[in-house]
Design a binder for this molecule. Sequence first.
Ligand code: BG6
Length: 484
Amino acid sequence: NQIDPFDFVIFGATGDLTMRKLLPAFLRRFHAQEFTADARIVCVARSAHTPEKFRQQVRATLKEFAPETAKDSAVLERFLELVTYVALDATKPESDWTDLKAVLADPSRTRVFYLATAPGLYAPLCAALSTHGLITPLTRVVLEKPIGVDLKTATEINDGVGRFFAEDAIYRIDHYLGKEGVQNLLALRFANPVLEKLWNSDAIAHVQITAAETVGVGTRGAYYDESGAMRDMVQNHLLQVLCMLAMDAPASLSADDLRNEKLKVLNALRPMTPDMVRLNVIRGQYVAGRIDEQKVCGYTEDLGRSRSSHTETFVAIRTKIRTSRWGNTPFYLRTGKRMAAKTTEIVLQLRPQVWSIFSNTPSPGRLVIRIGPEEGVSLVLATKDPGVGGFRVRNADLSMSYEKQFNIAYHDSYERLLLDAVRGNPALFIRRDEVEASWRWIEPILTSWREAQSPLEPYPAGSWGPASTRALLARDGALWHEDM
Ligand code: BG6
């Protein structure tokens, strides 16, 4: 199952993403012998490193971010031989492209350009690649999120890139689709008729999708303060998870069949009016608190400035999907930095029994899909309370952990996605119309926040978000998972 020789060119190669995610992911796949020493990973950035100096930096990075693989020094050194560095400011017309052209001299190899730069540079970079004759019939381009900051900028980027690449050569990456737990939604639903039969408003009272992090903004303050949780997490990751969870069965696992079904979910989301935003969306920002017994400071202090910021680090949304499958089931989405736990999970709350013959009524069951950490699935069902006397029922947990079941520890979602891009399988990448439909739904929320100058509700670091987050569910008689 090895891949043909390829040239993988990363623009923005000295950045965080390349060092923490892309190169470690490649090293692990190389170690797993998924590709051979014929491959080349060409790192392009502005700094005037020599290839040797850059390799030293990569060696240190890999020891830090892929330690279990990098300790095999023979593999590490062979991998480093595949990595080359080209110093180039690709945005300046006067820059000299000779070195990059020399590395990419063979047009018969698969070529992937990975743009890990500011999104505003995607279109100009594609134009430059075209001017310098580097786009061959075997070339694909991978675009990191966020694609734009609103519908207009996303459309401009898509138009700009689309002038040089056909849609089927454009791979918009969302690393949540590389997560085993997200892909498993397809198997769970479409390979288990018993579950798929329950997958609708008749059986499911509500659905919650949570992506909570304990980290703050770290060193990414400059980017994050412009973006906020809505653009950083909701527009892409949470909506993609929602699509995988809520879509109808695609005719096949082909890229277009999958993406057609996801698009229908995005188009069926109930549009947000300003009144609905006020009632159904909560935006918060963390203030000082404690995480794992340690004191941590608030968001503005993390940014290292004295002036305040109006950027949200937490969002919770209540929405509905206007289809006969889901029309009567609220969907709650929430995400935030500096929350009580690092967890990405989905909870499908089952409807309660209408009448109980037992001496008590157990709380209704639920299906919990853990996407990370510790991927797994558990089904909470009522069972007889063991012991003597009476006939009481209580909840018990049928649980499956991927690691225990399959003896596999999952590493990083980029591993799967990078090699899918090289192989030419776009199924787990986002199509243009999906990106634009996501923005179309998100934008009225952003506009309404701006125009109504919506308040930011503070929440202490280490909590589950602003106090009003509970009330959002209480209205439907529901509880967040941690309160169940
Ligand atoms: C990224 C966001 O896309 O996803 C980050 O930009 C966030 O802010 C990260 O921390 C979360 O990813 P994961 O895989 O740790 O849930």
